[in-house]
Every structure is written in structure tokens, then in C-alpha cells.
Design a protein. Structure first.
Length: 143
């Protein structure tokens, strides 16, 4: 399953559908875009600014994400990370012409589509309705 950042945040912050995301993550490897490396901490710290999290909680959740991202000396990280080759960036630019997406959302979708081309059973998990509609329009199954 490909997890966009809106789904990944639910692994750390207690949000609506967090339980569902945890269950889906346990069902197989979590594939993520390299963009998640910045987007997830940004979302957690945005919750501090909106009063949803304390600074201490955001710091702990960010550390947990960092540990999962990098792994430990004896274990790989928790996620399979999709890099940002030129082809994915080009595909993201094309997606922006077909769908009302932000650049980051277009890269998330282009990354998922690149993996989906190699792994047709891959589903896309997002909680962004606009991104989910674009994924469906591109033939990418959503969870």
C-alpha cells in the first residue's frame, strides 16, 4: 500500500481513521514518497500552531517518525521510500495539467503511479479527497 503524508500522519497523531491506517499498515509494507520526510514533521508541527498538539507531544511524535524513517542499526526503516527521479517529477508536472493538485500532491501521486506500474496490486491511501479523485481518474485504486 502506498501511504501519502495525510495517511502517514495518522500513524503518529491520534486522528479520525488512525486505527484504520494502523490496520492497513500492518497488512503489508508501507510505500511512501521521499516527500513524506518533510511533510509528516511539517504536519505534526502545524498541529502545535493550531493548538491540536503540545510542543512536547509534537517533539515525541516527530522523534518516533524519525526513528521509523531511519530505522536502527540492526533494522531497516519502517517504510519503503520512493525517490524522486526526473521521470517522476516530469509525470507530476503532467498530472498538474490534468488535475487540480498542489506540486507536492502531484509528486505523491506520480510516485504511487510509478510503483503501481511495477506492482499492479498496489493501492493508494490518502485522506485528501482531491488527491483521491485524481488517483482514481489515473486508474490507481484507492483504499
Amino acid at each position: 500500500m502506498f501511504f501519502d503524508s495525510s495517511a502517514l500522519v495518522k500513524l503518529y497523531a491520534d486522528e479520525h481513521d488512525s486505527r484504520r491506517v494502523h490496520e492497513l499498515e500492518r497488512s503489508g509494507p508501507a510505500v511512501v514518497s521521499i516527500l513524506a520526510r518533510a511533510e509528516v514533521p511539517a504536519a505534526l508541527w502545524r498541529k502545535v500552531r493550531t493548538g491540536e498538539l503540545s510542543m512536547d507531544d509534537a517533539a515525541l511524535l516527530t522523534l518516533a517518525f524519525e526513528a521509523d524513517w531511519h530505522g536502527e542499526p540492526a533494522h531497516d526503516g519502517r517504510f519503503t521510500v520512493v525517490a524522486l527521479p526526473t521521470s517522476v517529477a516530469a509525470d507530476a508536472a503532467t498530472l498538474c495539467s490534468r488535475h487540480p493538485l498542489t506540486a507536492y500532491d502531484a509528486v505523491q501521486l506520480a510516485s504511487a503511479l510509478a510503483v503501481h506500474a511495477e506492482e499492479p496490486d498496489l493501492a493508494f491511501l490518502t485522506f485528501d479527497r482531491r488527491l483521491a479523485r485524481a488517483a482514481g481518474a489515473e486508474g490507481l485504486p484507492t483504499a
